[in-house]
Design a binder for this molecule. Structure first.
Ligand SMILES: *[C@@H]1O[C@H](CO)[C@@H](O)[C@H](O)[C@H]1NC(C)=O
Ligand SMILES: *[C@@H]1O[C@H](CO)[C@@H](O)[C@H](O)[C@H]1NC(C)=O
Ligand SMILES: CC(=O)N[C@H]1CO[C@H](CO)[C@@H](O)[C@@H]1O
Length: 355
């Protein structure tokens, strides 16, 4: 009898393990390979070798790029160097990048570990850059003022809050006013991220302003990129391990109500919104296994999707670019400016293409 019980428990355990393993492989889209989709004229951006995790292009063609992310479980080609913010002027014929100097007495440059970024331009044309930072793997949001003449960022403030424990991305609505995603609940130094393995879907979206901070959407399996429509009516959230883009209706009181969900066969990362057409441009990881378990002999691919008319009955999804990782590994963000596409990666290079 006891033997039977042991065997039953063993069988049950194996079945659960098998179920869990298959769901883990499904969540990571472990067997997906890409069919190449090329663009006519692509060049790697000189000066970016260790990541271009997030990027944002201002209406005047200046692009901010965060580089050098150190994140538990992810590859870094420069593990001992602090991260940086790069500036690229897309109006130039053959644009190069320049590292922005960071000023401000209270800011610790040696532990700078930038992740998602977002800009806000006020009525005096002052540009603020909000940067998700992970000094010593903690989470803060850093507020900078962009000084174009000096090519520098003046550090104004560090924002910390218990509802912002593991921030990934951010979309600014003002200098101290934003929505952000928390990609997981806590990090274990040994298991790295429990949610990644167990699929607990504990990740969530927070609304932040100095006097009002609240969770506005939850139960995501790794909430990643977040952005807003040009008319500010809809908020988009990329749920990486569920392969979904969520569309929320945003209300005057900042609450979000779910409107629709679009399922895609890829791990969606950052969402960029074309300010004119409202199209979504999404940097994706076709196969999550290759991004979370890096092997230089079998590198992670890159894939960029465009979604047109996402709120309509018939959104159009196009694979604009796909490459097997020989040229560009692990695309995380993509954004358009005047017929060109800038593609950023989690820890690799950046690519600039004609559309
Ligand atoms: C926010 O606004 C929405 C839409 O008007 C409403 O349904 C909801 O009850 C409001 N929530 C709060 C917390 O005020
Ligand atoms: C990746 O794509 C390149 C160019 O299309 C091709 O030469 C190479 O063999 C491919 N590599 C793999 C591993 O499929
Ligand atoms: C390339 C790109 O568009 N990145 C976006 C990532 O998400 C942040 C926050 O929503 C945007 O501000 C960036 O533009």
């Amino acid at each position: 009898m006891a033997k039977l019980l042991v065997l039953t428990l063993l069988g049950l355990g194996l079945a659960l393990f098998r179920d869990h393993r298959s769901s883990y492989q499904t969540r990571l889209n472990a067997f997906r390979e890409v069919d190449p989709v090329e663009l006519p004229n692509c060049n790697l951006v000189k000066g970016i070798e260790a990541g271009s995790e997030d990027l944002e292009i201002l209406p005047n063609g200046l692009a901010f790029i965060s580089s050098g992310l150190k994140y538990p479980g992810l590859k870094s080609f420069e593990p001992d160097k602090p991260g940086k913010i790069l500036l690229m002027d897309l109006n130039e014929e053959d644009p190069t990048v320049l590292e922005l100097r960071i000023t401000g007495s209270k800011f610790d440059l040696s532990s700078f570990n930038p992740h998602g970024i977002s800009t806000f331009t006020d009525e005096d044309d002052t540009v603020y850059l909000l940067v998700v930072n992970h000094p010593d793997l903690k989470s803060t949001v850093e507020l900078f003022k962009f000084q174009e003449e000096e090519k520098s960022l003046l550090h104004l403030k560090t924002i910390r809050h218990k509802l912002l424990p593991n921030v990934n991305d951010i979309v600014a609505m003002g200098p101290e006013h934003f929505y952000s995603t928390n990609d997981r609940y806590f990090v274990d130094p040994y298991l790295k991220s429990w949610e990644l393995y167990l699929g607990l879907a504990w990740s969530y979206v927070v609304y932040y302003s100095p006097n009002d901070i609240r969770m506005v959407a939850d139960q995501f399996d790794f909430a990643n990129g977040i952005n807003i429509s040009p008319d500010s009516k809809y908020v988009y959230v990329a749920e990486s391990l569920a392969h979904k883009i969520h569309v929320y209706e945003k209300h005057a009181n900042w609450t979000l109500t779910p409107l629709k969900v679009r399922h895609l066969n890829t791990l969606v990362d950052n969402v960029s919104v074309d300010p004119v057409t409202g199209d979504l441009w999404i940097g994706c990881h076709p196969n999550g296994m290759k991004i979370f378990f890096y092997d230089s002999a079998n590198p992670p691919a890159s894939e960029v999707l465009r979604i047109q008319n996402i709120v309509s009955e018939q959104p159009k999804v196009t694979v604009v670019y796909a490459e097997n990782g020989t040229l560009l590994q692990g695309s995380a963000a993509a954004s358009v400016y005047k017929g060109k596409l800038l593609i950023g990666t989690v820890f690799h290079k950046a690519l600039y293409c004609e559309l």
